[in-house]
Ligand binder design. Structure first.
Ligand SMILES: Cc1cc2nc3c(=O)[nH]c(=O)nc-3n(C[C@H](O)[C@H](O)[C@H](O)COP(=O)(O)OP(=O)(O)OC[C@H]3O[C@@H](n4cnc5c(N)ncnc54)[C@H](O)[C@@H]3O)c2cc1C
Length: 380
């Protein structure tokens, strides 16, 4: 089915993204995977190319558009290229809304120009060693000390954790914490007492730095409170819908791409004197995956359109997230199987997609938590 959600300006943007990937990302990607981190120059180049801060106002150097289809194009192209390490989607779609939607005018002037030109790389730190799915269990806390917050605690699994210049930290600002006692505090690189732990060794997404963060008596200026005091839970619930859609968009793009490369592979690879593609089992595998991808694509494109016009709710974003990421996981596994032993070799894209994609059903809210959200909306 021909996709109908894009206009010529989105197609032109897609070409820009493709040439950016060919020029600034793919030649360096293997090195970044070995290093466990991408270069800061790549972020600068993305800023220069206009790929950062798509939704930020033009006066701060942003793209000035709330049209999520541009973000979708970016996610699709980075996924097809097998380059999730340069986490522009995290910066734009997941962290961007906190800065554009919650920051005061003064904070916008301080942070958005760097956010848009790639000199301020961002992270969001919710998860802790003892609190992932259940954010009400967060223990990192900040005490009101008059002109500053005194922040103590630790976070783990934070994407961009090593590179980040600005980290939005979710912390308890009342002794009990929970739904009405959490706030968002922005901690800046170089603040005394803010330390980074290891760059964590993951099974996939090797070029993406994922780290532990530690806060020991960190003085966070009062003017670095983002959004409402004790309002973090509501802010998170509002913005997590876009985060989930963004992950789902990458998931369906990954599944479609895996299907394409596997379709080509089974046409070329021969066994028992004939191409694999002549065997009924293989044909059924491809047919089933193509059907599942097409059905999912229709739903996802509708979600992208709804979100671009401000109409996607948290429940449908949760449906998109668990469904598309579970599909990605199934397709990656089946496509790897169809590649035989070659599928297990890391120089084959299918192997990389298998390990890179495995996290998708976990971060941004697990499949189980997505089903909880949907179930709660239907059953109370
Ligand atoms: C590569 C990577 C990058 C990440 N990036 C970030 C980041 O940038 N910022 C950030 O804050 N976090 C990040 N995370 C953390 C991620 O969001 C969490 O790992 C995730 O939310 C799950 O939390 P957890 O690991 O504590 O698992 P747990 O919450 O301990 O869950 C373990 C299992 O129990 C299930 N479970 C939990 N509660 C329920 C329930 N009520 N009903 C049924 N099943 C349940 C879960 O679905 C899961 O299968 C990242 C993680 C990884 C691995």
């Amino acid at each position: 089915m021909k996709r109908q959600i894009f206009a010529p300006e989105h197609d032109a943007f897609r070409e820009t993204v493709r040439s950016f990937l060919a020029r600034e990302v793919l030649p360096y990607y293997e090195q970044w995977e070995q290093d466990g981190i991408v270069s800061r120059e790549a972020w600068r180049a993305a800023g220069k190319q206009g790929l950062l801060g798509l939704a930020a106002d033009e006066e701060y150097g942003g793209g000035g558009t709330a049209d999520f289809r541009y973000s979708a194009v970016l996610a699709e192209e980075f996924t097809r290229a097998g380059a999730p390490g340069l986490a522009l989607g995290l910066h734009n779609d997941i962290i961007g809304p906190y800065l554009t939607g919650l920051a005061t005018e003064e904070q916008k002037r301080r942070w958005l120009p760097g956010f848009c030109d790639g000199s301020l790389i961002t992270a969001i730190a919710m998860t802790e060693p003892g609190a992932g799915s259940d954010l009400q269990g967060i223990r990192t806390h900040a005490e009101d000390r008059g002109d500053h917050w005194l922040l103590n605690g630790s976070k783990t699994f934070i994407s961009n954790g090593i590179l980040a210049d600005l980290v939005i930290v979710v912390a308890k600002t009342t002794p009990e914490g929970g739904a009405h006692g959490l706030s968002l505090l922005v901690v800046e690189r170089g603040t005394e007492g803010f330390e980074r732990g290891r760059n964590l060794d993951k099974i996939g997404q090797k070029a993406q730095d994922t780290a532990e963060l530690f806060f020991h008596d960190v003085h966070v200026p009062k003017e670095n409170l983002l959004g409402e005091l004790h309002g973090a839970f509501v802010h998170l619930m509002t913005n997590l819908a876009q985060e989930r859609l963004s992950i789902a968009v990458a998931a369906i793009a990954a599944a479609e791409h895996l299907l394409e490369i596997t379709t080509e592979y089974v046409k070329e690879r021969e066994a028992f004197g004939r191409p694999l593609a002549t065997k009924q089992h293989i044909r059924f595998e491809i047919a089933e995956m193509a059907t599942e991808c097409a059905v999912t694509r229709a739903f996802l494109d509708r979600c992208i359109e709804d979100h671009s016009s401000g109409g996607l709710d948290a429940v449908h974003a949760s449906m998109a997230k668990w469904w598309a990421t579970e599909l990605q996981k199934r397709v990656a596994d089946r496509c790897l199987q169809l590649h035989g032993g070659y599928g297990y070799m890391t120089d084959y894209p299918v192997a990389r997609a298998f390990t890179d994609g495995r996290i998708q059903t976990i971060y941004g809210g697990t499949t189980e938590i997505m089903k909880e959200i949907i179930g709660r909306s239907l059953l109370g």
